[in-house]
Design a binder for this molecule. Structure first.
Ligand code: PBG
Ligand code: ZN
Length: 322
C-alpha cells in the first residue's frame, strides 16, 4: 500500500508536527456584563460560571484574567435607565463608559477593550432600535448607534462591536468617530448576525428580550448564505475593520465562505445558547467539557475565524486547556 495516512497519526509527536490548526491565547475575547452598584458578583442563572459584575468587581476579575493571558474583553451594560429614545445608551455616566474609564485607568494599553454597541438593553421594549409605528426605524437608530460608539470612544474604548443590524451603521459610526478624531478606534461589525434562538440565555443576562415580537425584521434569516455575504461586503465597504459571524457553531459554513470572500480578519461569536448547552450537558456528566470545548474552538479556527469571542475562555485558561 503506497498511501497510509495513519503514518502521520502514529504518536502525539508526529500528530503535533502535522497539526493544521493551532489556537493561541491571543485569539480570544471574553464578554462581560456590567451592572450598577458596588461589590456585586451575581451569577447568571442560565449561563453557569458567568456573572454580572459592578465596575469595582469587574476591574478585579479582569485583573485575574489578565494574569492568565486574557487581555481582550467585550463589555455589555445592563441596568441603565430604559427609555423610548434609549438616551442612556450614549450618556457618558452610563455603566459602559464608566467601566471603560476605570479599566483604562487601571490597565491602559495592556487591556484591549471592545464595547457592544446596541440599544436593546436601553429601550423600554427591548428591541435593538428606536421604535415608531411598531417598526424599528433604521436611520433614527443609526444616529443613536453612532453617538453610542462616540461616547465609548471618548471613554477610551479601543474597538466597537455594533450588534444591532441596522443598515448603514458602520459608515455612520466611522464618519462620526473620524470627525471627532478617533481615527484609530476600530470597528468589529456583527456583519452577519442571524435571528437565532441561541441567544436565549443572553437575553436574561442582558435584560434585553423584546417585550413584543422578534428581531427578524433586522437580524438575518438563517436560510440565506448569499445574503450573509452581501451583508459582510457592505460592512467592509462601509469601513469595518473586522467582520464577525454570529452565532458560531451552526454557521461554520458562513465563516468559511466569508474567509474566501474577504481579506479582513474574521471573528466568531460563540453565543450564550451554545455555551449553556455545553455547560448543562457537562454538569450532567453526559459529555467531557474540556474535549467538547476544545473541539469546538478548533472548529472555529479551522473554518477561518482568527478571533473567538466565547464565555468558555475563562475555563480554558484557568485549566490550562491551551
Ligand atoms: C443584542 C445582542 C444579543 C447578543 C449580543 N447582543 C442578543 C440578541 O440579539 O437578541 C447575543 C449574545 C449571546 O447570546 O451570547 N444586541
Ligand atoms: Zn440589541
Amino acid at each position: 500500500m503506497l498511501h497510509r495516512p495513519r503514518r502521520l497519526r502514529k504518536n502525539p509527536l508526529v500528530r503535533e508536527m502535522v497539526a493544521e490548526t493551532r489556537l493561541s491565547k491571543d485569539m480570544f475575547v471574553y464578554p462581560y456584563f456590567v451592572v450598577p452598584g458596588t461589590n456585586v458578583t451575581h451569577a447568571i442563572d442560565a449561563m453557569p460560571g458567568v456573572n454580572h459584575y459592578s465596575v469595582d468587581t469587574l476591574v478585579k476579575d479582569v485583573e485575574a484574567g489578565m494574569k492568565k493571558g486574557l487581555n481582550k474583553i467585550m463589555l455589555f451594560g445592563v441596568g441603565d435607565e430604559k427609555s423610548a429614545d434609549a438616551k442612556s445608551a450614549y450618556h457618558d455616566q452610563s455603566l459602559v463608559p464608566t467601566a471603560v474609564r476605570e479599566l483604562k485607568k487601571q490597565f491602559g494599553e495592556d487591556l484591549y477593550v471592545i464595547t457592544d454597541v446596541c440599544v436593546c438593553s436601553y429601550t423600554t421594549h427591548g428591541h435593538c432600535g428606536i421604535m415608531e409605528n411598531d417598526y424599528v426605524q433604521n436611520d433614527k437608530t443609526v444616529d443613536v448607534i453612532a453617538k453610542m460608539a462616540l461616547t465609548h470612544a471618548q471613554a477610551g474604548a479601543d474597538m466597537f462591536a455594533p450588534s444591532d443590524m441596522m443598515d448603514g451603521r458602520i459608515e455612520a459610526m466611522r464618519n462620526l468617530l473620524d470627525e471627532n478624531g478617533f481615527v484609530n478606534a476600530a470597528i468589529m461589525s456583527h456583519a452577519t448576525k442571524f435571528a437565532s434562538a441561541y441567544y436565549g440565555p443572553f437575553r436574561e443576562a442582558a435584560d434585553c428580550a423584546p417585550s413584543k415580537g422578534d428581531r427578524k425584521a433586522y437580524q438575518m434569516d438563517f436560510r440565506n448564505p448569499l445574503e450573509a455575504l452581501r451583508e459582510a461586503q457592505l460592512d467592509e465597504q462601509e469601513g469595518a475593520d473586522v467582520l464577525m459571524v454570529k452565532p458560531g457553531l451552526a454557521y461554520l459554513d458562513i465563516i468559511q465562505r466569508l474567509k474566501q470572500d474577504t481579506n479582513l480578519p474574521i471573528a466568531v461569536y460563540n453565543v450564550s445558547g451554545e455555551y449553556s448547552m455545553v455547560k448543562a450537558a457537562a454538569e450532567r456528566g453526559w459529555i467531557d467539557e474540556q474535549k467538547v470545548v476544545m473541539e469546538t474552538m478548533h472548529a472555529f479556527a479551522r473554518a477561518g475565524a482568527s478571533i473567538i469571542t466565547t464565555y468558555h475562555i475563562k475555563d480554558i485558561l484557568n485549566n490550562d486547556w491551551i
